[in-house]
Design a protein around this ligand. Sequence first.
Ligand SMILES: Nc1ncnc2c1ncn2[C@@H]1O[C@H](COP(=O)(O)OP(=O)(O)OP(=O)(O)O)[C@@H](O)[C@H]1O
Ligand SMILES: [Mg+2]
Length: 165
Amino acid sequence: MPREVTRKQTKPESESFFAACAEETVRLGRCLGNLVQAGDCLALIGPLGAGKTCFVSGLAEGMDVEGRVASPSFILMRCHPGPVYLYHADAYRLQRAEELDEAGLYEWLEHGVVAIEWAEKVRESLQPDALQIEINYECEGRRLSFTPANPRHQEMLEALRKCAG
Ligand SMILES: Nc1ncnc2c1ncn2[C@@H]1O[C@H](COP(=O)(O)OP(=O)(O)OP(=O)(O)O)[C@@H](O)[C@H]1O
Ligand SMILES: [Mg+2]
């Protein structure tokens, strides 16, 4: 009798980078901005003032989109037109995760890249294949941890490592 081989589902490997200053956070965002494509959802997680908006400003540079990136805290989403549109959302003030769907998350993803600050507040509304980017305070700088959800993310992280290194 052949021995049954069970395939173990392992969690995808996270990749983390240390950014010693704000410009390094921006640079990591810029590197990722060169790699994203329409339909990508970036779930930004991290405490108050971690550097989420800072990262998105680099992302916008890398994507070559229009408009200055600012914290969208008082509006749910700010749209930056470009070769591929960037939809910069902030879930901080949402009461329910579904509010993001209702606002048009799925339409945004059809047209561009969606970067959501405070994504931990809307986990239930995010598709399982969002690329998770967690930013935490470390020493004087920040640690950015990327958790891929699919093989393309893994390739993106490979390229990000080369760009950041
Ligand atoms: N790697 C870093 N090292 C030190 N300071 C940083 C780093 N990255 C970003 N910062 C600084 O952290 C501060 C907060 O940045 P930012 O507004 O992007 O945070 P945020 O996570 O979007 O905040 P909020 O929770 O209010 O949305 C800024 O002053 C920025 O310059
Ligand atoms: Mg912010």
